[in-house]
Design a binder for this molecule. Sequence first.
Ligand code: FES
Ligand code: FE2
Length: 400
Amino acid sequence: MGTAARRPTGARAKPPVRSVRRATDIDLATTKLGAPGGAFMRQFWLAIHRSQDLAVGRAKPIRIMSEDLTLYRGDSGRVQVIDYRCPHRWAPMHLGTVEGDDIRCIYHGWKFNCSGQCIEQPAELAGFAKKVRMRSYPTEEYLGLIWAYFGEGNPPAFPPFPHRETEGIIQVWNVEEVPCNYLQSFENSMDEVHVAFTHAPGGSHAKLAQDLPVISAKETDWGMLRFGQRKTGKVRHTLHYAPNLTRVLVPPLAGMDGVGGWPEIYFNFTPIDDENHLWLITSHIEVAGAEAEAYRKKRAEYEALVAKAKPAGVVARELMAGQHRFADVDHPELAIVQDIAVQAGQGRIAQRHGEHLGRSDAGIIQWRKILMRELRAFATGRPTKKWQRPPADIKPTFGF
Ligand code: FES
Ligand SMILES: [Fe+2]
């Protein structure tokens, strides 16, 4: 995967980035097109969907960074992101039919190829089709997820980051739609102290809760490397790849104890709009042979349990509404329920001005400095950072 040739994108005017007068005018949370945060995010490949949830020949509506789009998988297996609406008279393209790797609008039968070029118009004169084009975005697959590039010009190298190269299973988690801004969840992933409190019920993170780490972080060419110094002197390393991806070693979810060890996870926080985002989590389980079989068996049992349970997002919303005591909740995806409740519970878009940040928030403080600097540069037309692909030799560590 990840080897498909670059495809041309549709004609698209470069959106002007709104200028701002003062640093306090910068909106760190928005990723709308034309906002500094929108320009920042559109420099990178973003995970947008789970591969297994898009069958051959299927088209779906998706919403990413406040833009409606169409995602489809052609008969060759190739995935493509194009405009939400047909440029003829705006019918939704996901109602259409996939033909080979092209897609035909259901309203009047106009057909578009995967670069967005109109190639057939049954009721029109020859020559008109070549004048009609919709936007299309480079689209790839990696680690069980679909990725797209929404920026101008050629995208950065794909895949956008290396993964654990040892033998193992790639396991994609259930997708969560979380009712808050993406930055709250990205910041939470920089907050190693919360695990000792938020995840105390259920005990899934007990190994990380034996003492409270001292947090520090440093900017890198590719994002931010964060350290959690433990009383033992050992240091836990967590990687935060710009603009929204955390690579970290985590304990197994309740119900997956005893098989597979601690997975290495790649946690993508992808904005749907400014008040909602997706958790697209993929992971590498370091198992082979009989261990891999034991893992698959337990995973199947676990998925059956999850299928019978109320969705994690629903239980999290019930917690936010005060319908249960936090410590009483039991759920096969308990850590996910707990995380959504505290992060979405901060509000649809957290009010950062009134917070009281302390030394344990060092990772969050560092990332906000980077983000503010970059967004201010976009807003004022100054040069922005040239982000690099992360090297393979910097990896997350356990810290114990
Ligand atoms: S609206 Fe799509 S073909 Fe007419
Ligand atoms: Fe958490």
